[in-house]
Design a protein around this ligand. Structure first.
Ligand SMILES: *Cc1c(COP(=O)(O)O)cnc(C)c1O
Length: 407
């Protein structure tokens, strides 16, 4: 395998034209689209139109005329295609953290005699904090944080809540097996898809998943702070309670009814007024997936990660990097992570060489490999520059050891 082989794989890549849907700075190898997706090329115009035309000229009338009021459901339906769900089961609202709170509380309402929220210790911190915060509010509810959550399922488990692809290692749960195990124990399951959607095919409906949330600004390219999405299986729509029971989740918000009557379907998951400008950013992000088959994303993602791991094994041997991403393609997502004693400084030196990944404590360098727009030649060039950084000890400079607020 050499650079020319990578260029040839790019020429044969069925997704190769999709890269033009983005504005990626020249000479930058961006391996952080799993943290903040690159800007869709159409975003500036779409946002300018939303600001100048819809907000500036249309004012209040834009709720109807520009379809602002329908954006949460319309964008939800676009996410639904990417996660293998019927469109009426997904809606865009709030942040992943807030959506976790709503759905965990909703799960407790669906399993009122069970008191345990079950999760694993390595889950993303916000997922743990939100569960613990909810448990502090609801008498009797406990969060069990364990190593092996499937083995800990029991008759008191109301909800098993897991992140599908681990943000640090890239390890991927077997969604079918975990969902089935939860159901066998009489529990519900909630998947956090923040590191999955947009990088692989998912089958939420076919696997009988109950609940899911995910992030809009990572692989979905929705822009900084883009709203998140909520999935609730149709069979739970009528019974699930929504703790942030705001007027936008009312059956008829513009009746201004003093009595809360929840919307019958997925709209119940709305709370307050949607952030329209952020929604337009997410709309541009989701449009980058138009016509793209999630199975094709998965196929390319597997090839990118395999190439990255193979090249690093060769080029970085002897420099003290320990891969933490599973070798089994079925057990990983669309990223590669490595442990290293000087992980932070190494990543800073790489960023100075225009290879952008990130650092996760205590000692991990992490590279996102989004199949939608990343080229095989980018993987080659990134590993080459990384090899040079190590060979020249470029990381060993004082300025690369100063911690920034966001790593
Ligand atoms: C990025 C991420 C979040 C982010 O939550 P916000 O509320 O959007 O800040 C939550 N969960 C997981 C697993 C994530 O990777």
């Amino acid at each position: 395998m050499n650079r020319a082989d990578c260029l040839e794989r790019d020429r044969d890549d069925p997704l190769r034209a999709v890269r033009d849907r983005f504005r990626i700075p020249e000479n930058l190898i961006y391996l952080d689209g799993n943290s903040l997706g690159p800007m869709p090329a159409a975003a500036p115009e779409l946002l300018a139109r939303a600001v100048e035309g819809e907000w500036g000229e249309g004012l209040i009338g834009s709720w109807n005329k520009a379809g602002w009021i329908d954006l949460p459901a319309r964008l939800g339906a676009k996410v639904a295609r990417l996660i293998g769900a019927a469109p009426d089961q997904v809606i865009v609202a709030d942040s992943t953290s807030v959506d976790l709170f709503k759905l965990l509380a909703g799960a407790l309402s669906l399993r009122p005699r069970r008191r345990t929220i079950l999760t694993e210790g390595r889950n993303f911190p916000t997922d743990l904090y939100i569960a613990e915060g909810l448990a502090r509010l609801v008498p009797g509810v406990v969060v069990r944080t364990v190593e092996d959550p499937l083995a800990a399922l029991d008759a008191d488990t109301a909800i098993l809540t897991l992140t599908h692809v681990d943000y640090r290692s890239g390890r991927r749960h077997d969604m079918a097996a975990a969902t089935e195990a939860a159901h066998r124990a009489g529990a519900l399951v909630l998947w956090d898809l923040s590191h999955s959607t947009g990088a692989m095919d998912l089958e939420l409906d076919r696997l009988d998943v109950d609940l899911a949330v995910g992030c809009g600004y990572k692989f979905l390219n929705g822009g900084p702070g883009a709203p998140a999405y909520v999935y609730v299986a149709r069979r739970h729509h009528a019974a699930i309670a929504q703790p942030i029971a705001g007027w936008m989740g009312h059956a008829r918000p513009f009746d201004f009814d003093p009595q809360y009557r929840p919307a019958p379907g997925i709209a119940r998951q709305l709370s307050g007024t949607p952030p329209i400008l952020s929604m337009r950013g997410l709309e541009a992000g989701l449009a980058t997936f138009d016509g793209v088959d999630p199975a094709a994303l998965r196929a390319k993602s597997e090839a990118l990660v395999a190439l990255f791991l193979a090249l690093t094994e060769r080029r970085l041997a002897g420099h003290g990097f320990e891969p933490v991403t599973p070798r089994d393609p079925n057990a990983r997502g669309s990223q590669a992570s490595f442990r290293h004693r000087e992980a932070y400084a190494v990543m800073q030196a790489l960023i100075a060489r225009k290879v952008v990944g990130d650092f996760r404590p205590p000692d991990i360098v992490r590279f996102g490999l989004p199949p939608l727009y990343l080229r095989f030649v980018d993987v080659w060039d990134a590993v080459e520059r990384w090899g040079e950084v190590m060979a020249g000890r470029e990381w060993d400079r004082p300025e690369f050891k100063i911690k920034q607020p966001v790593t």
